[in-house]
Design a protein around this ligand. Structure first.
Ligand SMILES: Nc1ncnc2c1ncn2[C@@H]1O[C@H](COP(=O)(O)OP(=O)(O)OP(=O)(O)O)[C@@H](O)[C@H]1O
Ligand SMILES: [Zn+2]
Length: 843
């Protein structure tokens, strides 16, 4: 194999194809499909990924440039993931490099030197048993040589190792997989500082213990540090930072100990376990209910045969879906395969993680954006090295580097956060199904309120790639009823003179809970409900100078901020238009609700959970623990409180305004409202105590509210599908949103019109263009160009075309092709065209 096809990391469209490089003799054994390499490109050296290998006999081109370096000893991507990236680039009209990059932890995207050192393992594993590993019978000597080579200096760079042992690729990789060798790298964090400094007390610990008594008074601080470290001997090495903050000492104090030879400070890499020191109560499988048993039996049949199949698990809130997930995972692990569990970022609560760690212990890796760069890298490494067999994470966990994936679970499959809004704009559901197809894995999509797309697909069975098997669990696992839902018409409240944000019903229900010592969850649906500043005299609304949207008031800092571009300015005291003093903020924030609660119920203990109170790492968990420990009467929050929580003493759920999102210009507004209400209502009365829900609304007759209060998913779906069919929206067609932006409006307008015309013309030639009213299957319709709902963002004007289509035609390819042709013909670097296939956010 002499030629490697490489996708290079150069952000130009013309590079979105593999380039050929020759493989130098010395790297031959190290390069595989999925390897990350450094290659010359133009006058620079760039990073790239090997996507295929070809043998020299078939292609002869002496002018090929050679690969310079291989950047990791173990390829970070598997052939399976390389193939998935290729599929993504076609499915989402994105560049292959951006799909490949999306699969890696951030830590692997920068340039960093790789160092190899000896791992800390027992003698038996260090040298493999010839009988157990006959294929490595000859490698024992090689291993000894490598061990000696590294042992001489403690660590070597990757280059040194590959130069010294160019033939030993297989052996080195095998040693890495067993932990005999450890690959580490220096990661720079955002501030450019090295993060991985760790204190290691391994050397000199005996001497240190004896010396402890001999410290003179003036080095009392050093003594303190040393005893601290000795106490924690078992968990060393630990980060220097941790020592400094735990004891409030300076780095020079610790360095003093190093000078005395008691400790060693080195830049070794440690697994930064974000859940270190946490005890997860071990749990055992529960005997299944009859409903669960049927579902489990059906899924395990597929697991048993190791087939690819997609299940849609529609189970009401509290029906015990999580227990099904756990037992299916167990089944899969017993076969020697691995499992990935995707949950929406917002639902990735400690409670959720606990349930998986409690069952599978340290075999669970957690992947989400709240972890530091280093922590994320370590969790990823645990998976790649086989130390973790279950990955729980947000949407990118679909790329977990497992070698033998048997099951992908997607909880709350209806959540829009499964769609990535930046490039590559992929949907984790489709990526999961595609990956599972490749490796013969099962997929479970679980929800109390499945997306209309998935539900419709399970009934219609028209799509060969996506026709899930529908499994239903209509009752709660603990046998209790779904909570009773009262809908309160807030217009009536106002008519009868109640100007408070609390209806009389919610007020009295809250008072009852306080009296009985039970707990309440209050949801403030903030979607579409901005806290904007308006002048009551002239109607002036403070807007962002860049983005044409209203600014949001933040009372803590008393300023106004734009949520799209970050622009901030002080809140005005006088109206800039008319000079009136009657300028104030509108809308309801969680802070206002909290204040109001305090006035109505003096002494009430409220925990507020929103973006402001949960920015700090671990704050989410802290707040939830406080609530569970009954340190508060009310948990008040935005969407965050709607998902996944399972607290026995919550008997009341209140929704302050149910319909604030109904008027958004989004065809999914009703669906999202229904889902949110159903989810939050499901938090009440999950255990012994019965639950009650109070929903306040200005449009209580809306079908999404009527059916949510009746826990009636099917009726909602029937009515919603009727609307969707009539207006030609998914699932009856598919959408592609093309947004063009430029700083100059007249230029942009011309280009947007140009785009629409070209696309129409091409579609007409192919006989695809037409109205969706017709019964033809292969059809494409185009709306626009029109100004985007946010017509200007970060100083750029925006126009959009909405493409509606259905059938087996390659509309995505065409839409992309026309965009590229336009870019080529105008040659204006100021023009940006973004293509969003199956968009979730239409704002
Ligand atoms: N077979 C079972 N036997 C006893 N208790 C069970 C069983 N299955 C689930 N439970 C309990 O029922 C409660 C609800 O289960 P779980 O949280 O798994 O439901 P869910 O369907 O995931 O809910 P949601 O969608 O609302 O998050 C939990 O307290 C769980 O421990
Ligand atoms: Zn702005």
């Amino acid at each position: 194999m002499d030629i490697a096809k490489v996708i290079v990391d150069v952000p130009v469209r013309s590079t979105d194809r593999p380039f050929d490089y020759s493989i130098p003799e010395s790297l031959k054994l190290w390069i595989e499909v999925g390897s990350r390499v450094a290659v010359p490109f133009g006058h620079r050296t760039v990073q790239g990924f090997v996507v295929s290998l070809e043998s020299g006999e078939t292609v002869v081109n002496p002018g090929l440039k050679p690969i310079q370096e291989v950047l990791d000893l173990l390829p970070p991507l598997s052939p399976e993931l390389v193939e998935l990236a290729d599929w993504m680039s076609k499915r989402y009209a994105c560049r292959r490099i951006s799909a490949l990059q999306a699969m890696l932890p951030t830590a692997l995207k920068g340039k960093a030197e790789r160092l190899i050192s000896l791992g800390d393992v027992e003698e038996e594993t260090a040298f493999p048993d010839d009988e157990l590993f006959p294929m490595f019978a000859d490698s024992g000597d090689e291993e000894r040589l490598i061990t000696e080579f590294i042992g001489r200096t403690g660590e070597v760079s990757m280059k040194q190792l590959t130069r010294a042992f160019p033939e030993a690729a297989e052996t080195v990789k095998f040693m890495l997989r067993r932990g005999v060798l450890v690959e580490s790298q220096s990661i720079k964090d955002k501030m450019g500082k090295k993060k991985l400094k760790a204190v290691d007390l391994a050397i000199g610990i005996t001497a240190a213990r004896e010396a402890l008594n001999k410290f003179p008074k003036k080095s009392a601080r050093q003594k303190e540090v040393l005893s601290f470290l000795i106490e924690r001997e078992a968990t060393l090495p630990m980060a220097l930072k941790e020592v400094l903050s735990a004891l409030q000492v300076t780095a020079s104090t610790v360095k003093g100990l190093e000078e005395k030879g008691f400790i060693e400070i080195s830049e070794i890499e440690v697994y930064r376990d974000p859940y270190q020191g946490r005890d997860f109560k071990p749990t055992t499988p529960l005997p299944l209910t009859a409903e669960q048993e049927i579902v489990y039996t059906r899924i395990s049949r597929t697991l048993e045969e190791q087939l690819h199949e997609v299940f849609l698990l529609h189970g009401v809130t509290g029906s015990g879906k999580t227990e099904i997930y756990l037992q299916c995972i167990k089944r899969c692990l017993d076969q020697g395969r691995q499992a990935a569990v995707l949950v929406p970022e917002i639902a990735l609560t400690p409670q959720m993680v606990e349930r998986f760690k409690g069952r599978f212990g340290s075999g669970v890796a957690v992947m989400h954006s709240r972890l530091s760069v280093g922590e994320r890298y370590d969790e990823w490494r645990k998976i790649r090295e086989g130390k973790a067999t279950v990955a729980v994470g947000a949407r990118s966990a679909v790329f977990a580097p497992f070698s033998n994936l048997g099951l992908i679970i997607m909880d709350e499959e209806h959540e829009t956060s499964y769609k990535q809004e930046e490039n590559p704009k992929y949907h984790a559901r489709d990526a999961a199904i595609r990956r599972a197809e490749q490796c013969g894995a099962a997929v479970i999509l679980g929800s109390a309120t499945p997306s209309l797309e998935s539900y419709h697909a399970s009934r219609a069975q028209t799509d060969i790639h996506f026709s899930p098997v529908l499994l239903e669990m209509p009752t709660r696992a603990l046998g209790n009823e779904l909570p009773k839902v009262n809908v309160v018409d807030m217009r009536e409240e106002l008519k009868e003179g109640n100007r408070s944000m609390f209806s009389r019903k919610l007020h009295s229900a809250l008072a009852e809970r306080l009296e009985r010592g039970e707990q309440t969850v209050l949801l403030l649906n903030r979607r579409g409900f901005s806290t904007f500043v308006m002048c009551r005299s002239c109607g002036y609304v403070a807007g962002c100078p860049e983005c044409d949207i209203s600014l949001t008031y933040h009372s803590r800092s008393d300023n106004l901020r734009c949520h799209y571009c970050g622009h901030a300015e002080p809140a005005p005291k006088l109206c800039p238009e008319c000079g009136s003093e009657h300028i104030r903020f509108f809308g309801t924030g969680t802070q206002r609700v909290e204040e109001e609660l305090g006035k109505l119920f003096p002494g009430i203990r409220v925990i507020r959970m929103d973006v402001d109170t949960t920015t700090e790492k671990g704050s989410h968990e802290k707040l939830l623990n406080q609530f569970r420990d009954k340190k508060a009467d009310v948990l008040l929050g935005t969407q965050m409180v709607a998902k996944g929580l399972d607290f026995p003493d919550v008997t009341l759920v209140g929704v302050i305004t149910a319909d604030s999102a109904l008027n958004l210009p989004d065809f999914r507004a009703a669906e999202k409202t229904f889902q949110l209400l159903t989810q939050v209502a499901g938090r009440a009365g999950r255990h012994q105590l019965p639950g009650e829900v109070v929903v306040q609304s200005y449009t209580p007759e809306h079908y999404s509210i009527v059916h949510a209060s009746g826990h009636d998913y099917l009726s909602f779906v029937r009515e919603e599908l009727k609307h969707r069919r009539g207006l030609h929206y998914p699932p009856y067609c598919r959408l592609i949103l093309v947004t063009l932006s430029h700083e100059q409006l007249p230029l942009l307008l011309r280009m947007a019109e140009n785009y629409a015309m070209n696309l129409q013309g091409k579609a007409r030639n192919l006989r695809w263009y037409g109205s969706l009213d017709k019964l033809t299957t292969d059809v494409l319709d185009l709306l626009g160009p029109v100004a985007s709902p946010i017509p200007r963002l970060k100083g750029r004007y925006r126009f959009q075309c909405m493409i509606k289509w259905r059938g087996a035609i390659d509309v995505i390819g065409l839409v992309r092709q026309v965009a590229e042709e336009l870019e080529d013909s105008v040659r204006d670097a100021g023009l940006q065209i973004s293509i969003d296939v199956d968009p979730q956010m239409l704002m």
